[in-house]
Design a protein around this ligand. Structure first.
Ligand code: HEC
Length: 194
Protein backbone atom coordinates (compact mmCIF):
# COMPACT_ATOMS: atom_id res chain seq x y z
CA UNK A 1 0.00 0.00 0.00
CA UNK A 2 1.33 3.44 -0.87
CA UNK A 3 1.22 6.13 1.78
CA UNK A 4 2.00 9.81 1.90
CA UNK A 5 4.75 10.62 4.39
CA UNK A 6 5.78 13.97 5.94
CA UNK A 7 5.22 17.00 3.78
CA UNK A 8 7.07 15.46 0.92
CA UNK A 9 5.06 15.38 -2.23
CA UNK A 10 6.59 12.05 -3.12
CA UNK A 11 4.85 8.81 -2.51
CA UNK A 12 6.73 6.23 -0.53
CA UNK A 13 6.30 2.93 -2.25
CA UNK A 14 6.58 -0.37 -0.52
CA UNK A 15 9.88 -2.10 -0.79
CA UNK A 16 8.80 -5.29 -2.36
CA UNK A 17 11.99 -7.16 -1.58
CA UNK A 18 11.03 -7.48 2.07
CA UNK A 19 8.38 -9.49 3.77
CA UNK A 20 5.63 -8.06 5.79
CA UNK A 21 6.30 -8.55 9.53
CA UNK A 22 3.16 -8.27 11.61
CA UNK A 23 1.86 -5.63 9.28
CA UNK A 24 5.05 -3.54 9.45
CA UNK A 25 6.47 -2.77 6.02
CA UNK A 26 9.62 -1.08 4.89
CA UNK A 27 8.95 2.12 3.01
CA UNK A 28 11.33 3.94 0.74
CA UNK A 29 11.11 7.58 1.84
CA UNK A 30 13.70 10.19 1.01
CA UNK A 31 15.76 11.21 4.01
CA UNK A 32 14.97 14.79 5.10
CA UNK A 33 17.50 17.17 3.62
CA UNK A 34 18.82 18.37 7.02
CA UNK A 35 19.88 14.84 7.90
CA UNK A 36 21.55 14.43 4.52
CA UNK A 37 23.44 17.66 5.17
CA UNK A 38 24.53 16.47 8.60
CA UNK A 39 25.67 13.20 7.07
CA UNK A 40 27.68 14.96 4.36
CA UNK A 41 29.16 17.28 6.98
CA UNK A 42 30.41 14.30 9.01
CA UNK A 43 32.12 12.93 5.90
CA UNK A 44 33.69 16.31 5.27
CA UNK A 45 34.80 16.54 8.90
CA UNK A 46 36.29 13.06 8.88
CA UNK A 47 38.37 13.92 5.81
CA UNK A 48 39.59 17.15 7.40
CA UNK A 49 40.32 15.36 10.69
CA UNK A 50 42.19 12.46 9.09
CA UNK A 51 44.35 14.75 7.00
CA UNK A 52 45.11 17.15 9.83
CA UNK A 53 45.53 14.82 12.81
CA UNK A 54 46.78 11.57 11.35
CA UNK A 55 49.79 13.11 9.78
CA UNK A 56 49.12 13.17 6.02
CA UNK A 57 51.38 14.87 5.29
CA UNK A 58 53.35 14.74 8.52
CA UNK A 59 52.50 18.07 10.16
CA UNK A 60 53.35 17.28 13.78
CA UNK A 61 49.71 17.23 14.84
CA UNK A 62 49.21 13.51 15.39
CA UNK A 63 49.28 11.99 18.89
CA UNK A 64 52.73 10.50 18.56
CA UNK A 65 54.30 13.79 17.45
CA UNK A 66 52.43 15.74 20.14
CA UNK A 67 53.71 13.33 22.76
CA UNK A 68 57.28 13.70 21.53
CA UNK A 69 56.93 17.49 21.47
CA UNK A 70 55.59 17.69 25.02
CA UNK A 71 58.21 15.35 26.41
CA UNK A 72 60.94 17.34 24.72
CA UNK A 73 59.50 20.56 26.16
CA UNK A 74 59.37 18.91 29.60
CA UNK A 75 62.96 17.66 29.36
CA UNK A 76 64.09 21.15 28.43
CA UNK A 77 62.22 22.79 31.32
CA UNK A 78 63.45 20.09 33.68
CA UNK A 79 67.07 20.57 32.64
CA UNK A 80 66.71 24.29 33.37
CA UNK A 81 65.55 23.64 36.97
CA UNK A 82 67.97 23.82 39.88
CA UNK A 83 69.28 20.31 40.38
CA UNK A 84 69.24 20.22 44.19
CA UNK A 85 65.56 19.24 44.21
CA UNK A 86 64.97 22.08 46.72
CA UNK A 87 62.32 24.42 45.33
CA UNK A 88 63.61 27.18 47.61
CA UNK A 89 66.92 27.10 45.72
CA UNK A 90 65.37 29.19 42.98
CA UNK A 91 63.93 31.71 45.47
CA UNK A 92 65.54 34.73 47.02
CA UNK A 93 65.30 35.26 50.78
CA UNK A 94 62.72 38.03 50.35
CA UNK A 95 60.51 35.74 48.29
CA UNK A 96 60.78 32.98 50.88
CA UNK A 97 59.81 35.40 53.66
CA UNK A 98 56.78 36.63 51.69
CA UNK A 99 55.71 33.02 51.10
CA UNK A 100 56.30 32.28 54.79
CA UNK A 101 54.15 35.22 55.90
CA UNK A 102 51.28 33.85 53.84
CA UNK A 103 51.75 30.35 55.25
CA UNK A 104 51.78 31.72 58.80
CA UNK A 105 48.16 32.82 58.25
CA UNK A 106 47.02 30.05 55.90
CA UNK A 107 48.28 27.18 58.04
CA UNK A 108 46.65 28.56 61.17
CA UNK A 109 49.72 29.53 63.22
CA UNK A 110 47.78 32.70 64.09
CA UNK A 111 45.28 30.67 66.11
CA UNK A 112 47.88 29.87 68.77
CA UNK A 113 50.61 32.46 68.23
CA UNK A 114 48.51 35.53 67.35
CA UNK A 115 48.19 37.60 64.16
CA UNK A 116 51.58 39.23 64.73
CA UNK A 117 53.32 36.39 66.57
CA UNK A 118 52.61 38.09 69.90
CA UNK A 119 51.42 34.85 71.49
CA UNK A 120 48.14 34.16 73.29
CA UNK A 121 46.78 31.91 76.02
CA UNK A 122 47.73 28.85 73.98
CA UNK A 123 51.05 29.49 72.27
CA UNK A 124 54.17 31.44 73.21
CA UNK A 125 55.30 34.78 71.86
CA UNK A 126 57.45 34.28 68.75
CA UNK A 127 58.72 37.86 68.62
CA UNK A 128 60.94 38.08 71.69
CA UNK A 129 64.34 36.63 72.47
CA UNK A 130 63.05 34.03 74.90
CA UNK A 131 62.55 30.53 73.62
CA UNK A 132 61.24 27.32 75.18
CA UNK A 133 62.88 25.09 72.61
CA UNK A 134 65.94 26.95 71.39
CA UNK A 135 66.26 29.75 68.84
CA UNK A 136 68.45 28.39 66.05
CA UNK A 137 66.98 27.86 62.59
CA UNK A 138 67.28 24.09 63.23
CA UNK A 139 65.39 24.38 66.55
CA UNK A 140 62.59 26.37 64.92
CA UNK A 141 62.35 24.15 61.84
CA UNK A 142 62.26 21.13 64.10
CA UNK A 143 59.48 22.55 66.29
CA UNK A 144 57.32 23.29 63.24
CA UNK A 145 58.05 19.89 61.68
CA UNK A 146 57.65 17.65 64.71
CA UNK A 147 55.57 19.95 66.91
CA UNK A 148 55.20 19.19 70.61
CA UNK A 149 51.79 17.61 70.86
CA UNK A 150 52.02 17.09 74.63
CA UNK A 151 52.34 20.89 75.04
CA UNK A 152 49.81 21.78 72.35
CA UNK A 153 52.09 22.57 69.39
CA UNK A 154 50.85 20.85 66.24
CA UNK A 155 53.37 18.88 64.12
CA UNK A 156 53.18 20.25 60.58
CA UNK A 157 55.21 17.65 58.70
CA UNK A 158 52.15 16.14 57.05
CA UNK A 159 50.55 19.53 56.34
CA UNK A 160 53.50 21.41 54.87
CA UNK A 161 56.44 20.53 52.64
CA UNK A 162 59.98 20.85 54.00
CA UNK A 163 60.37 23.93 51.78
CA UNK A 164 57.25 25.55 53.22
CA UNK A 165 58.46 24.86 56.76
CA UNK A 166 61.74 26.64 55.94
CA UNK A 167 59.77 29.58 54.53
CA UNK A 168 57.58 30.08 57.59
CA UNK A 169 60.59 29.51 59.86
CA UNK A 170 62.55 32.21 58.01
CA UNK A 171 59.55 34.54 58.31
CA UNK A 172 59.62 34.03 62.12
CA UNK A 173 63.37 34.60 62.34
CA UNK A 174 63.55 37.63 60.05
CA UNK A 175 60.22 39.39 60.53
CA UNK A 176 58.59 38.34 63.78
CA UNK A 177 61.60 38.28 66.09
CA UNK A 178 62.27 41.81 67.31
CA UNK A 179 59.03 43.23 65.88
CA UNK A 180 57.64 44.30 69.30
CA UNK A 181 53.93 43.84 68.56
CA UNK A 182 51.30 45.30 70.92
CA UNK A 183 49.89 42.91 73.59
CA UNK A 184 52.98 40.74 73.47
CA UNK A 185 52.82 37.76 75.80
CA UNK A 186 55.34 37.69 78.63
CA UNK A 187 58.62 35.95 77.81
CA UNK A 188 58.79 32.18 78.36
CA UNK A 189 61.85 29.97 78.38
CA UNK A 190 65.48 30.93 78.21
CA UNK A 191 67.02 33.97 76.62
CA UNK A 192 68.48 33.06 73.26
CA UNK A 193 69.50 35.52 70.57
CA UNK A 194 69.19 34.62 66.90
C1 HEC B 1 47.18 24.40 68.28
C2 HEC B 1 48.01 25.50 68.67
C3 HEC B 1 49.24 25.79 67.84
C4 HEC B 1 49.34 25.96 66.49
C5 HEC B 1 48.22 25.84 65.45
C6 HEC B 1 50.70 26.30 66.22
N1 HEC B 1 51.43 26.32 67.36
FE1 HEC B 1 53.40 26.68 67.54
N2 HEC B 1 53.32 26.30 69.51
C7 HEC B 1 52.18 26.03 70.24
C8 HEC B 1 52.51 25.82 71.64
C9 HEC B 1 51.54 25.52 72.77
C10 HEC B 1 53.92 25.96 71.73
C11 HEC B 1 54.78 25.84 72.97
C12 HEC B 1 55.33 24.45 73.08
C13 HEC B 1 56.15 24.30 74.34
O1 HEC B 1 55.60 24.46 75.42
O2 HEC B 1 57.36 24.03 74.20
C14 HEC B 1 54.38 26.28 70.37
C15 HEC B 1 55.70 26.49 70.03
C16 HEC B 1 56.13 26.90 68.81
C17 HEC B 1 57.50 27.26 68.51
C18 HEC B 1 58.65 27.22 69.49
C19 HEC B 1 58.55 28.40 70.40
C20 HEC B 1 59.55 28.36 71.55
O3 HEC B 1 59.48 29.25 72.38
O4 HEC B 1 60.37 27.45 71.59
C21 HEC B 1 57.53 27.66 67.22
C22 HEC B 1 58.73 28.14 66.44
C23 HEC B 1 56.18 27.53 66.69
N3 HEC B 1 55.36 27.07 67.68
C24 HEC B 1 55.83 27.85 65.40
C25 HEC B 1 54.56 27.59 64.90
C26 HEC B 1 54.22 27.77 63.50
C27 HEC B 1 55.14 28.30 62.42
C28 HEC B 1 52.93 27.40 63.37
C29 HEC B 1 52.11 27.31 62.11
C30 HEC B 1 52.69 26.60 60.99
C31 HEC B 1 52.45 26.99 64.67
N4 HEC B 1 53.47 27.13 65.57
C32 HEC B 1 51.18 26.57 64.94
C33 HEC B 1 50.89 25.96 69.73
C34 HEC B 1 50.56 26.01 68.39
Amino acid sequence: MAKKINNSSEIAPDQDHHDDFDGIKELDNRAPSWIVLVFLATIGFSLFYTIRYFGYPDNGKDQQSEYIQSSEAFDKAHAAMPQSGDKNAGMGEAQMITAGALLYTQKGCIACHGMKGEGNVIGPNLTDNYWLNGCTAENINHMITEGKPEKGMTPFKTMMTAEEIKQVSLFIQKKLVGSNPPNAKAPQGAECKL
